[in-house]
Ligand binder design. Structure first.
Ligand code: C2E
Ligand code: CA
Ligand code: CA
Ligand code: CA
Length: 279
């Protein structure tokens, strides 16, 4: 028994070690990924349930290292956050997103809006207000067409004047949404302190919407809550017609998901919103 224990200990130790090595090497590669132009920003359409038309898109970061396979954002974003590199990467993302949105508007979609994911770290250590305003200025995009998606944990923060930073940017016309709403520790009282326009209902609720009447009721309740607070709703992870029909029926404002499109590189996205350009 002693031998077995010793072996399993060694095995465990080795796995830990490999994980640590992988983390460090990924962090090192991430460091040069901007200079080497290895990032790409994809766009996923948001559909207006009332008109059936594309209202805007969420910008989603993709990393294609020169060597090796693509790395999923779920894997590299946390490393970028922990090392602080998300500040520089996030600056690139917001600039690129504004330029893309302006380009799409100029192709004949004057109301097109882009949504950008923002990490808490960017608010804490990033001269964030300046970066956002500069990205708008450089691109020529008007502030009402930029939306920043924040996760619920940010609204628990009391430091760094986050409510103030959001308030000042909102006063300039930029809008804010709560991402993955309902997934984390929703502190509704806390939410009230912030200038929020939209709740993005976490895709977990959407995937399981028809599993039980209670789950359906939950989605309806979130939409009802949003409406009574004067907030818009976006349902994420809409994968089939049945789900879309139900969401439309219960009054969700916008939908996003594979039913309409997965996230696309800019050229494919432009074809998606302007199919006529192809003919
Ligand atoms: P998120 O902000 O919640 O983004 C939604 C995720 O769901 C995206 O994954 C999207 O591709 C995926 N998705 C969209 N529609 C469907 C659907 O119908 N079904 C399913 N199963 N999935 C769907 P992605 O692109 O892998 O991004 C993962 C997460 O990485 C994002 O979650 C976001 O938290 C983070 N992320 C991505 N880009 C950025 C960025 O530029 N900055 C920051 N800070 N985080 C980012
Ligand atoms: Ca998001
Ligand atoms: Ca989300
Ligand atoms: Ca998320």
């Amino acid at each position: 028994a002693k031998d077995v224990a010793a072996n399993s200990y060694r095995l465990f130790d080795e796995t830990m070690n490999n994980q640590a090595i992988e983390l460090v090497s990924m962090a090192a590669k991430l460091k040069t990924a901007i200079e080497k132009n290895e990032f790409s920003l994809y766009l996923q359409p948001k559909i207006d349930f009332k008109t059936g038309k594309v209202r805007g898109a969420e910008a989603l970061l993709r990393w294609f290292p020169d060597k090796g396979p693509p790395v999923r954002p779920d894997l590299f974003i946390p490393i970028a956050e922990n090392t602080g590199m998300i500040v520089e990467i996030g600056e690139w993302v917001v600039r690129e997103a504004c330029l893309m949105a302006k380009r799409i508007q100029d192709l004949g979609h004057p109301d097109f809006a882009v949504a950008v994911n923002v990490s808490a770290v960017q608010f804490k250590h990033g001269n964030f207000e300046h970066i956002v305003l500069d990205a708008l200025y450089v691109s020529g995009l008007e502030p009402q067409f930029l939306e920043l998606e924040l996760t619920e944990s940010l609204f628990l923060e009391d430091e760094y004047d986050i409510a103030g930073q959001i308030g000042r940017l909102a006063a300039k016309g930029i809008s804010f949404s709560v991402d993955d709403f309902g997934k984390g520790y929703s502190n509704l009282g806390n939410l009230g302190r912030f200038d929020i326009k939209t709740l993005k209902i976490d895709q977990g609720f959407i995937f399981t919407m028809f599993d039980s009447p209670k789950n359906t009721a939950l989605v309806e309740a979130i939409i009802g809550l949003a409406k009574s607070l004067g907030l818009c709703t976006v349902a994420e992870g809409v994968e089939d017609e049945k789900t879309a029909a139900k969401l439309r029926e219960v009054g969700a404002d916008y939908g996003q998901g594979y039913l309409w499109s997965k996230p696309l590189p800019i050229d494919e996205f432009i074809d998606f919103v302007s199919p006529a350009r192809n003919s």
